[in-house]
Design a protein around this ligand. Structure first.
Ligand SMILES: [Zn+2]
Length: 314
């Protein structure tokens, strides 16, 4: 890994030449907080500094946790912050007539077709294991990722027994260049085993939906937090199985953490942007706060039109 303090100085040479696309892809499961704002600063800042285009995608694949009022709230928050997506309503993603952001919940047909293309090549099998079943076979510490041991791989589970589907992953290494962390390599089969693409409740998984979406949206650069670093190899492997040929680059930025090291999240009731806004904070003040906490700048206020300077000046 390269030292993380000089990563911004090498960015222009590593980014795709000409126009390129990235995305801001929040899940509407709660209000946006400072952690999301750190991600937004990287997404819009990099795009504004180096000629990228920002696609907005609502990652509402998990219908049990997403709510329309959170989607509306995040659109309002982005507007208030002055962070406007360049691509809001992706035509190829549209289901209804009218303008609304690209949503995963509209893409069932696309995911189904992607699954069928894998099935037709014998790469998919039904799985009836619960999380508890897997934990019993593969004990793991809390927070540690359990590797699927392949219980159903050769078991010929009838497809009608379970909605859950897994994709066979060959035991292959996937290398990639992270714009901040340098050259990395992962072996998804050793990390997670055969990948779950649809769960027992017929929900598409994050890993599957995001790979299909990034292909449909012609995404060139994925900018996200370090908590998703471990997912990169499996997403590249899945993309390659789905026929992705367009190169994909990654930037995994640091995450905001509490003083005890735990991650900011909606679940732990971290202060939302709208609460801070209601408390009198200005957009420029919140952008500066996010930039400071991400180690990008120590300015007191930061206007949204100036966020390119966080990346281009170095
Ligand atoms: Zn299984």
């Amino acid at each position: 890994m390269r030292s993380s303090d000089d990563w911004r100085s090498t960015l222009p040479q590593q980014l795709p030449g000409g126009a390129w696309r990235t995305r801001f892809a929040p899940a509407p499961t709660g209000y946006l907080h400072l952690g999301h704002l750190v991600n937004a600063l990287h997404v819009w800042g990099m795009a504004r500094a180096f000629g990228g285009t920002v696609v907005l995608r609502i990652e509402d694949h998990d219908r049990t946790r997403c709510r329309p009022e959170y989607e509306q709230a995040l659109l309002d928050d982005l507007d208030w912050l002055g962070l406007a997506p360049d691509v809001y309503d992706v035509p190829s993603f549209r289901r209804d007539v009218g303008t609304h952001p690209a949503r995963q919940s509209d893409q069932h047909g696309r995911y189904e077709r992607a699954l069928q293309s894998l099935e037709s090549r014998g790469l998919v099998y039904a799985c009836r294991c619960t999380r508890r079943d897997i934990a019993q076979v593969v004990p793991h510490a809390p927070g540690e990722e359990p590797r699927y041991p392949g219980t159903c791989r050769e078991a010929q589970v009838p497809p009608t027994d379970s909605f859950a589907r897994r994709v066979r992953l060959a035991d292959a290494r996937f290398g990639f260049d992270d714009l901040r962390l340098g050259a990395l390599e992962q072996t998804p089969q050793l990390q997670c085993g055969d990948l779950l693409v649809r769960d027992r409740h017929a929900q598409w998984t994050y890993q599957f939906a995001v790979v299909v979406d990034d292909m449909a949206h012609d995404i060139d650069v994925v900018i996200r937090g370090e908590d998703l670093l471990a997912s990169t190899g499996r997403q590249l492997q899945l993309g390659s199985l789905l026929g992705r040929t367009r190169p994909l680059r990654f930037l995994h930025h640091t995450l905001l953490v509490h003083p005890d090291g735990s991650k900011l999240s909606k679940a732990t009731h971290d202060t939302s942007l709208r609460e801070m806004r209601a408390g009198g904070a200005t957009a420029a003040r919140l952008l500066a706060e996010a930039a400071r906490r991400a180690g990008l700048s120590d300015v007191e206020t930061l206007e949204s039109r100036d966020i390119a300077s966080l990346f281009a000046r170095h």
